[in-house]
Design a protein around this ligand. Structure first.
Ligand code: 3H9
Length: 708
């Protein structure tokens, strides 16, 4: 392996890293050994070398961090600590190098990549959108273990550093510059030359003197031990509130930062490596690392045989300018940067839709994710029409009209009449089978489902649903376009509810049944937020809307029979003109769009009195196992192609707790046998809907698992 090459310019050694045969640069023990050899044995010792520049030979990655594959080989905490120590030693030696070292950063500079950069004398980054600097470790269930918890707070202050470390955030280069993480911001074309010049300057003038930024507030809170105590306390409270205590890594990182800042760098580094060892072998980290690899693998999987061509998409049409249609239009413009034509029956509706779509761009401009120039350009990509003008040039048309088969048939026929022969046509239905919608089409081989989740700009999942008649090229086109929109895409079978709504259905029904039995709203929701969901099922019903949920529930009941019979609660509420959050009348109170406490007036409407003293474990098991059993049944019917797709769909589609790895990984973790036992108990107490599905019973009998 030769990951490193060196060239010398005016006494400056330019050390370029380009790991052969790999898409990214990453640090493994082998690479660390090679780096040490070149850096310390050759360049540091060579009197002709006055300064060193570290740069990447990869097009869009500086260094993506430590090699995550290696973490899976760690067998115990001691081995993890030893691995971490290797990284720390390397980076400490770079920090102690008597010659100036300049990091020339273009592309992802993450984890140990940033930790290495932080140990350099000077950091120059390109102002390119691909240049991101961050410490994403806690998202993998570990902590920055190669000095990141020490050097970042010393450079930019504890508040800004904790903001990045505890959330596992990455910052684009301009923000990183503003925070003081990088010293210079340049165009990619002049990165190398600027780095050489900086190296020569530093070799002549010595190390730069750094001053604390941020004025009085910073001196009180970042650079004063008493002020920092307040910061640590607040950070701890925020972490506990956000993680519900399920994720140990952010707290460990906080301990490493605090120890380092208050008791010195060496003590802090010790905490980093001990905690790294402990966390690296934890069940939570294993699951989060699985999620990382599953998501990465999905970036390359079009759901059709490899080599299936996809059609290029430059212009899309979106039909239906409601909340979904507008969300698709706005997200397509901002993420995929394609021309978008939004169509509805009259111009007033189109205008409303365009306004909603533009709100997505406005939000990004406000949060400085877009420059004013990008914003103007993307806004110009969005146009509307009350008739079909412009659709004659569309490569892909997505239909997002009312969930009614007849309406959809008519709209699809109109689309077919105006689009080019090779255009792909998709329906954003959430309930109606794709085969039914496409039945009258002239060229149905180009038709499929693209099921987005609401709000489209924020929900990371897209289900692509081919019918039996769909051509694989159309599938590849939809999947690749979905990815350009920033989505993680799973290809699922054309069965009622597809994957996400299928497994959600018995879970939401169970919430309704629990309510009917008098279990208080907040108890139901707390059971599932304690389980690790971002919101409980009752809050979710408020978000989805009772009209939509009732309709969806009806479709699922019709398709699957009594097992998926919804409770009557929602219908009673709809009759009372309650629709959930959207009309400010749900299970919870809403004031100016803000969610308040439980709306107690719901109970008499549905004729129940909330019970005191419910068994919360029973509530949790009923909800969770209703979903697990359905997931096991649906995958046995081939609704998803693999357990990987099923788990990622559940995590990204409905917020299934990532630390549990998804419903199928959860069944594996506790064993199918245990799942069957719990379901049998629930069946005895609460009815046949809990009958464990055949596939799960077979797995329990044979001792098999979803993942080997
Ligand atoms: C760390 O640094 C711990 C330290 O604090 C302490 C240590 C002592 N390792 O995502 P892509 C692979 S923890 C292994 O499709 P993109 C990826 O699996 C690390 N593999 O590309 C895929 O492989 P394949 C903290 C990695 O352009 C290929 O590269 N760092 C790693 O969409 C292409 O990836 C992170 O958490 C890695 N570190 O996005 C960063 N990184 O082709 C994780 C990538 O064989 N990485 N691969 O399936 C990322 O966020 C994205 O991959 C990145 C590129 C933004 C870099």
């Amino acid at each position: 392996m030769t990951a490193f090459s060196v060239s010398i310019e005016q006494g400056v050694a330019i050390l370029s890293m380009d790991l052969p045969g790999e898409p990214v640069n990453k640090l493994s023990p082998g690479v660390v050994a090679e780096f040490k050899d070149v850096f310390f044995e050759r360049l540091q010792r060579d009197d002709a070398v006055r300064a060193i520049v570290i740069i990447s030979g990869k097009p869009d990655v500086f260094i993506a961090g430590a090699d995550i594959d290696q973490f899976l080989t760690i067998r115990n905490a001691e081995e993890g600590t030893a691995m971490d120590q290797l990284g720390q030693e390397l980076i400490n030696r770079v920090a102690a190098c008597p010659k100036p070292v300049v990091a020339a950063i273009h592309g992802a500079c993450l984890g140990a990549g940033l930790e290495l950069a932080l140990a350099c004398t000077w950091r120059i980054a390109t102002d390119h959108p691909k240049t991101q600097l961050g410490l994403p470790e806690v998202q993998l269930g570990i902590l920055p273990g190669a000095g990141g918890c020490q050097r970042l707070p010393r450079l930019i202050g504890v508040r800004a550093a904790l903001d990045i470390i505890l959330a596992g955030k990455s910052e684009r280069a301009p923000k990183a510059f503003k925070l003081g993480m990088v010293d210079e911001l340049v165009h990619p074309a002049i990165l190398r030359d600027t780095a050489v010049r900086a190296a020569l300057r530093l070799a002549a003038a010595g190390r730069p003197r750094r001053h604390h930024r941020g004025g009085l507030q910073a001196s009180l809170l970042d650079w004063n031990p008493l002020g920092r105590r307040i910061v640590y306390r607040q950070a701890r409270a925020t972490v506990l509130q956000k993680t519900g205590g399920h994720y140990p890594a952010p707290l460990a990182a906080l301990k490493a930062v605090q120890t380092g800042m208050e008791r010195g760098m060496e003590a802090g580094l010790r905490v980093e490596r001990e905690e790294f060892g402990r966390l690296a072998v934890s069940a939570v980290a294993r699951q989060l690392i699985n999620v990382f690899f599953a998501t990465t693998a999905l970036k390359k999987d079009d759901g059709v045989p490899a080599g299936t061509p996809a059609k290029p998409v430059q212009r899309i049409g979106v039909v239906g300018s409601g909340f979904m249609g507008a969300g698709i239009a706005g997200t397509a413009a901002v993420q995929a940067e394609v021309e978008v034509r939004l169509k509805d029956t009259d111009l007033a509706r189109v205008g409303k839709g365009l306004k909603l779509a533009r709100a997505i761009l406005d939000g990004r401009l406000k949060r400085r994710r877009l420059t004013r120039y990008q914003y103007e350009r993307m806004t110009a990509l969005l146009t509307g029409t009350g008739n079909w003008t412009g659709f004659g040039r569309a490569d892909l048309v997505i239909e997002a009209v009312f969930e009614d088969l007849e309406v959809k048939h008519q709209v699809i026929a109109e689309i077919e009449a105006v689009v080019p022969a090779e255009a792909v046509i998709a329906s954003n239905t959430s309930t109606i089978p794709i085969a039914r919608i496409g039945e009258g089409m002239r060229h149905r081989e180009r038709f499929l489902g693209m099921h987005y989740f609401s709000p489209v700009d924020r929900m990371p999942l897209l289900e692509v649903i081919p019918a039996e008649f769909t051509d694989p090229t159309a599938v590849a086109t939809a999947v690749q376009f979905g990815r350009r929109m920033g989505k993680t895409v799973i290809v699922v079978a054309d069965r009622p509810g597809f994957w996400v709504n299928r497994i959600l259905s018995p879970y939401l029904n169970e919430a309704g049944l629990l309510l009917e039995e008098g279990v208080p709203i907040e108890v139901i929701d707390r059971a599932m937020t304690d389980f690790g969901f971002p919101v409980g099922p009752v809050t979710l019903l408020d978000e989805v809307g009772f009209d939509v949920a009732t309709k969806g529930g009806g479709v699922m009941h019709q398709a699957f029979g009594d097992r998926l019979r919804p409770s009557g609660v929602l219908q009673q509420l709809v009759a009372d003109e309650r629709l959930g959050r959207k009309n400010g009348r749900g299970f919870y109170l809403y004031e100016d769009g803000k969610k308040g406490g439980v709306d107690e007036s719901v109970y008499p409407i549905v004729g129940i009195k909330p019970l005191a003293g419910t068994d919360e474990l029973m509530v949790r098991n009923r909800l969770a196992y209703a979903m697990l059993n359905e997931a096991a049944l649906a995958i046995s019917e081939g609704v998803v192609r693999s357990p990987r797709d099923g788990d990622i769909g559940a995590i990204f589609g409905i917020g299934f707790p990532p630390f549990r790895g998804g419903p199928l990984r959860m069944i594996d973790a506790e064993s199918a046998k245990q799942a069957v036992n719990v379901l049998e108990g629930l069946r005895l107490a609460h009815g046949d809907r809990f009958e464990p599905c055949e596939a799960l019973v077979a797995m329990a009998r044979d001792g098999t698992r979803y993942y080997v």
